[in-house]
Structures are given as C-alpha cells and as structure tokens.
Design a protein around this ligand. Structure first.
Ligand SMILES: [Zn+2]
Ligand SMILES: [Zn+2]
Length: 142
C-alpha cells in the first residue's frame, strides 16, 4: 500500500513541509507512539528538527484530522495516522502497549448509549484495558 502524504497535506490545506511529511511517515510506520518517540523517529531522517517543531506539527496534523491523538487514562498521549474509522484500542496496564481493535459493528458509533441524554451520538471511543501477551508471559509464576 502506498500512502501519498503530500496529497493528504494538500487535501487538508496544509503546506507540504519536510517535518510534516516525516511525522506522517513515522506515525504510519509506527502507530500509537508518544511524542518522544515521534521526535526520535523524525530526527533519524531530519536531525536538526527541534522538539517544538515536532510538537507544532503534531498539533497541526491533529487539528487537520490527519492524525488521531489517543490518550488512555494515566498514559502519555499517543498518535496514529489511522483516522476516521472509529476503531478502538486495547491497552496493556503493565507496559502501555496499544493495539487496534476493530469497530464492533463496522460503523460509528459502534455502541448504543444506554441513555444518550438527548445527544445526537456519532462516535464511541472505547479503551479496553488488560495485560498484553508479553507481560502476561513474564508475570506467569513458574
Ligand atoms: Zn504489556
Ligand atoms: Zn489505533
């Protein structure tokens, strides 16, 4: 699958810049990473990019809807380029690893609120918490 990040930026009326392309491609290759990891990944290709520049790029891309920011309770914010499909996440309580969970019914919102209080609900964001296979294996008593 090829992904045209330049076209995505233009489609969102954002100027095409090196740091923006680098952040999109880093998140495409490494979904659900935090800001520090994005900085490390971007600097692998663009060593002179400042922390602040990466923060600014993440904010611009998130505001434009090209990047989704997820923040499980008690964890640092993570970012991904998979947007607009209302998928959910399963988070490891122990190491913080995040994996995608497909929308339960394939369209948003994939849950029906037991009481919507009269709101027109269009999205449900679910975080499943648990222990990932690696952590489960390392804590299993012998
Ligand atoms: Zn884990
Ligand atoms: Zn995801």
């Amino acid at each position: 699958m090829t992904t045209d990040f330049e076209a995505q930026l233009r489609g969102a009326s954002l100027r095409v810049t090196g740091p923006r392309l680098a952040v999109l491609s880093a998140l495409h290759e490494h979904p659900h990473v935090d800001t520090d990891t994005v900085i490390t990944l971007v600097r692998a290709g663009l060593p002179t990019v400042s922390h602040q520049a990466v923060y600014d790029v993440l904010r611009a891309l998130t505001d434009a809807g090209l990047v989704r920011r997820i923040q499980p309770a008690g964890a640092t914010a993570r970012y991904e380029t998979r947007v607009g499909d209302n998928h959910h996440h399963v988070v490891c309580r122990s190491c913080g690893t995040i994996a995608d969970v497909e929308c339960t019914v394939g369209h948003a919102p994939c849950l029906t609120a037991s009481d919507d209080h009269g709101f027109a609900v269009d999205e449900a964001e679910v975080v499943f918490w648990g222990t990932c296979p690696e952590c489960a294996a390392s804590t299993t008593p012998r």
